[in-house]
Design a protein around this ligand. Structure first.
Ligand code: EPU
Length: 352
């Protein structure tokens, strides 16, 4: 197997944005489809489990990882006009290892629009579909045409359409029935050469309130970057994995109860098409006075209560335990005060 370099006992400290000190029993980085297949053959021959890893921006590595950690480093991007599609639609296929934000900027540069609300999301293209990334009023699911995936067991390569991904809020089939079954090697998004501005998200419309005309896609991207930089810590400077919990979805009577206790106009919520409402987990956590709290070397970000941060960026065995214990403390406090369960958003590897 000349092309592929397999390493043993590889530190993943620099490969996860929460800066957790985890070691992979075996590790390799695949930059081509052939190398993905070689890695899977190696794992099969040595009876090893396979853990795919992108940019490590949505994982909590709470223990060492046995088996083979397969880093997806495939790079490339191709575009194709959509035959018979709406005017100006263009399908763009990205390899899994491309950086999400770099691709957003590249698309803007080429006049391919639709990704601007998703600017500055950390991570790589391949992982975007797993949690159906979403921000400022746009979810990946509304743009995704198909994925190229490799079956971890058989090595078979095939395409999955958007329907098969069973997308919902921060969820997909890859977090449910197909968890750990496939490696995503490419994704194809349908973009547009015509700008289609969406600034309905409250923070975004507030940003443009003074402006008397529609902003350009570049202005929307810049605004999203500004808003994110204001609230969310840069993982290169302060270790984090973005939102640590999903925003809970509750029914109307639970909302009425909440409004009764907290005051009617006090509870922020987003109405869902089925009549339920999404309540910002950040608000619930904030109300419980966790914003800015610190426990050992970890804490809750002082500008966004939904983000747990690791103040350490060196090897320290306590960080993962402290993060998980803080997460449990937050869940228990929110449950006791509001009766609402908070679901952890990133994938946790190791004891929960
Ligand atoms: N709020 C507080 N305290 C805080 C922060 C926010 O009370 O410390 C309240 C405010 O009322 C605010 C509301 O929460 O209006 C919503 O806050 P924000 O607009 O920052 O969004 P979010 O619901 O906390 C979600 C996503 C983010 C995404 C933003 C923008 C989830 C789990 N998180 O956060 O996604 O960037 O909306 O669309 O849905 C991520 O997934 O990692 C992520 C950052």
């Amino acid at each position: 197997m000349p092309d592929l370099q397999i390493e043993r006992n590889k530190s993943l400290l620099a490969m996860n944005t929460m800066a957790l000190d985890s070691t992979a029993e075996y590790f390799c980085s695949a930059s081509t489809l052939k190398e993905v297949h070689q890695a899977l053959s190696f794992a099969k021959d040595h009876n090893l489990s396979v853990t795919p890893l992108g940019a490590g921006s949505n994982v909590i590595l709470a223990s060492n990882l046995s088996g083979l950690v397969l880093h997806l480093g495939l790079k490339g991007c191709e575009s194709a006009e959509v035959i018979g599609g709406a005017d100006g639609s263009i399908d763009v296929t990205f390899d899994a290892g491309e950086n999400w934000h770099d691709m957003v900027l590249m698309c803007l540069d080429r006049g391919w629009f639709g990704l601007e609300n998703l600017s500055l999301i950390p991570g790589n293209m391949g992982a975007a579909a797993i949690q159906n990334i979403g921000a400022y009023g746009v979810e990946l699911s509304s743009l995704l045409v198909s994925l190229q995936v490799v079956d971890i067991q058989s090595g078979a390569l095939f395409e999955l359409g958007s329907e098969a991904c069973q997308f919902s809020y921060r969820d997909s089939v890859f977090k449910q029935s197909l968890k750990d079954k496939y490696i995503i090697t490419q994704l194809t998004l349908r973009l547009s050469t015509e700008p289609n501005i969406n600034i309905d998200y409250p923070a975004l419309s507030a940003y443009f309130i003074e402006l008397n005309k529609d902003p350009t896609p570049q202005m929307v991207s810049d605004a999203v970057c500004d808003i994110r930089r204001e609230k969310l810590p840069d993982p290169n400077k302060l270790a984090n994995v973005g939102s640590f919990f999903k925003n809970p979805v509750i029914n109307q009577s639970a909302l009425a109860e909440l409004q009764c206790v907290e005051g009617k106009g006090e509870v922020p919520f987003y109405s869902q098409p089925d009549g339920s409402v999404k309540v910002p987990a950040a608000w619930l956590i904030d109300k419980c006075k966790f914003r800015g709290a610190q426990r050992g070397g970890v804490g809750v970000h002082d500008k966004q209560a939904l983000v747990l941060v690791n103040y350490r960026n060196d090897a320290n065995n306590d960080s993962a335990r402290e993060i998980l214990s803080l997460a449990k403390e937050i869940q228990a406090t929110v449950k006791a005060r509001f009766g609402i369960d908070l679901e952890v958003e990133p994938r946790i590897y190791g004891p929960v």
